[in-house]
Design a protein around this ligand. Structure first.
Ligand code: NAP
Length: 310
């Protein structure tokens, strides 16, 4: 039977392994993406029990939502998809600025509904904080959209602790999405304790550190996208990072598992993390990541992974 968990205190029933779709139509993030491969990844997910899709206006822009909408229409089954999308990016004179104003968020939700070809969004996030809008006012706008049935749950993303506290003044925030992976553990200091205490579900983005924790790169691997300029993927730091990944590979091999799945399983042992949204560039990666659900880490293994990256 396909596994389902409830996302935090929402009524969304999801597979704990979701699919992060910034490489589905995300032409502005990864060059040379093929739209049909994007559609095929979404089809592979839904055929194999993955029902939780993470997208955003800015992936494309717009194209990721459109492609997911196309597959949703093709399958004819809106209810079997749980769609999370995000907005805050506004194009002003060809430049992107963040806007959390109630009027812009309403406009952004309407745009996402149109591109997805649906009349409700399961989870809508404010993608990034802006500088001006009080965060409780921004979330208040999402609460109004929730009351109207246009969205089912409220999320914020890339908010620091103070912004999150302000956003959650009235207790309306259901989900926080922030960068968190074995290399980037800042969230453990303040965000994760807050989400645990307030029953907010925490969705880590970049769970595989954009592929670095996937276990297949070597020091000869080179990158043609944004990773080419990221110090984590270059020089001495890249080599040190690969050494840590090698240690996880040893743990994985001893269990007959793969590195990526052991890494993903480790996050699911953390408080307030109910579900993951690993990205993929090929259908077989989407399928592969489901094997995470077969991995059981002993407390000793989890502690050892913690130690390697502490
Ligand atoms: P990620 O999940 O950390 O890494 C995904 C990459 O890892 C894939 O594109 C693939 O890259 C590799 N991979 C996937 N499965 C693998 C496997 N089983 N074995 C080995 N390698 C594997 O990074 P991400 O996709 O950028 O982030 C995940 C999702 O988070 C995004 O899709 C997006 O939905 C969301 N996100 C949100 C924000 C935000 O601001 N809220 C920011 C970033 C991302 P290669 O094939 O190139 O190795």
């Amino acid at each position: 039977m396909t596994q389902r968990v409830k996302l935090g205190r929402t009524d969304l029933e999801i597979n704990p392994i979701g699919f992060g779709t910034n490489a589905v139509g995300g032409h502005n993030i990864y060059p040379n993406l093929n739209d049909e491969t994007g559609r095929e990844m979404v089809r592979t997910a839904i055929k194999n029990g993955i029902n939780f899709f993470d997208t955003a206006y800015i992936y494309g822009p717009e194209r990721s939502e459109e492609l997911i909408g196309e597959v949703m229409k093709e399958t004819g089954s809106r209810d079997s998809f749980i769609i999370a999308t995000k907005g805050a990016h506004k194009l002003v004179d060809g430049k992107v600025v963040f806007d959390n104003s109630p009027s812009f968020l309403r406009e952004a939700v309407e745009g996402s509904l149109k591109r997805l070809g649906t009349d409700y969004i399961d989870l809508y996030y404010i993608h990034f904080p802006d500088e001006h809008t009080p965060k409780d006012e921004a979330v208040g706008a999402l609460k109004a959209l929730k009351d109207e049935g246009k969205i089912r749950a409220i999320g914020v993303s890339n908010f620091n602790l103070d912004q999150l506290k302000e956003a959650n003044k009235d207790g309306y925030v259901d989900v926080l999405q922030s960068e968190y992976n074995l290399f980037k553990r800042d969230a453990e200091k303040d965000l994760l304790p807050y989400t645990s205490e307030h029953t907010i579900s925490f969705i880590p983005y970049f769970p595989l550190a954009a592929g670095l924790l996937g276990g297949k790169y070597t020091k000869e691997t080179t990158f043609q996208d944004g990773r080419a300029k990221n110090p984590m993927f270059q020089g001495e730091q890249f080599i040190r990072n690969l050494e840590k990944v090698d240690k996880v590979r040893s743990i994985a091999e001893a269990k007959g598992a793969e590195t990526a799945h052991v890494v993903l399983a480790w996050y699911l042992t953390r408080s307030s993390i109910d579900a993951l949204i690993p990205g993929a560039k090929k259908p077989d990666q989407v399928l592969s990541n489901l094997k995470t659900l077969d991995v059981r880490l002993t407390p000793e293994e989890a502690a050892e992974i913690d130690r390697i990256f502490s």
